[in-house]
Ligand binder design. Sequence first.
Ligand SMILES: Cc1ncc(COP(=O)(O)O)c(C=O)c1O
Length: 441
Amino acid sequence: MTESLVEIDQKYVWHPFTQEHTAPPPLPVASALGAKLFLEDGREILDMACSWWVNVHGHSHPKIAAALAKQAATLEHVIFAGFTHEPAARLAESIIKAMPRPLSRVFYSDNGSTAVEVALKMAWQYWRNTGVTNRRLFLAMQGGYHGDTFGAMAVGRTSGYYGPFDELLCEVVHLPFAPTWIGDNACERREAMALARIDDVLERHGHEAAAFLAEPLVQGASGMNMCRPEFLRAVCERMQAHSIPVILDEVMTGFGRTGTMFAMEQAQVVPDLVCLSKGISGGFLPLAATVASQRIYEAFLSDSFYTAFAHGHSFTANPLGCAAGLASLKLFEEEHTLERIARITESNLAWLAEVAKLPGVTRPRALGSIAAVTLGNEPSDYHAEIGAAVKAKCFARGLLIRPMGNVVYLMPPACISPEDLKRAQDGLTEVLRETAHLYAS
Ligand SMILES: Cc1ncc(COP(=O)(O)O)c(C=O)c1O
């Protein structure tokens, strides 16, 4: 008897972020198109989480698929030290043109965590290359998440995901974040308190800080916590006043997710380093980039290899990923992607105004294609029972929604139709009504 796909998977595969002992068998996906996943058993599921926040325009977009096929038949991969190729050079040019000066150099890698590692290492070596050795500390935002490699875990330590590794992580000082939401009237007070704390930390540690890192405007993995652009700007200005390089982790927020190409535009912050991944390839292939300012780049130039950035990955600047990235950027113009996202925001704001009236539904918030609510008033951990219940009930309605603890969010691809978006919003509203006994007091 031939084994089924699930049987083979269960025998040989180890899945991410999964307790393999108790998790139900994974669901075989046969194909995907636009906002929909098609399961092998014939079910259709609306992808309201953009498949871990990578998808931008929709699944299996024919133009990205065609660009990839063409590239695969021309040049699939080549070592990127000592060589270059058209997709990498052109994608770098497009990214730099979409960003403010003095951001001027693109260093490629292959996932969000490595984009962050690269930024941290660049900031660290920048100081050593310029003869400064006492800047040994990283500053990061409380609740920030930056990936699962060691540097990224250290700066993201307070996101709550890294218990077993705690004693291995390097020293990071975490600064208070000031979240806000629709109808919040204590935001300015919260921000003032956070900024006063930050001033205090900078007074004591500013001279020893190698860099400051933050997710701009939205902290994704710690629960779609949003802040005002003014807050982000005030924090970054303080860092820059202490000559501390600012790293913005736009791995989740980049490529339209917050309604502008990059979230930093809304805060009018010009960082020294930017981390990109996920949407960079339209969600088709693993690709990442760390964008550096001219000042950072120039600090690595000398006649000696010892000041070079001696870091690289086998698949750096993979031509297929870069070709997908170029095709995705073209779609932003051809399909007016940012306008599509603005329509999603508008629809989500109207939906949130209603759903926030349900008992126990708190902190409604929306930005770009993201809409989120918190269930109950207490923070909860990632695996809270309520999240699992909401997820299962949504799935039964054909909706892929992945709550984080008691935070439930929608994040559809830009191509979602108004009807499908409404179906997702209405479905989630129903599920929140059905599960209210779990969170509403
Ligand atoms: C803000 C942010 N940074 C970094 C990462 C890590 O990216 P990856 O999972 O590709 O390593 C993530 C992943 O969710 C993220 O949201």
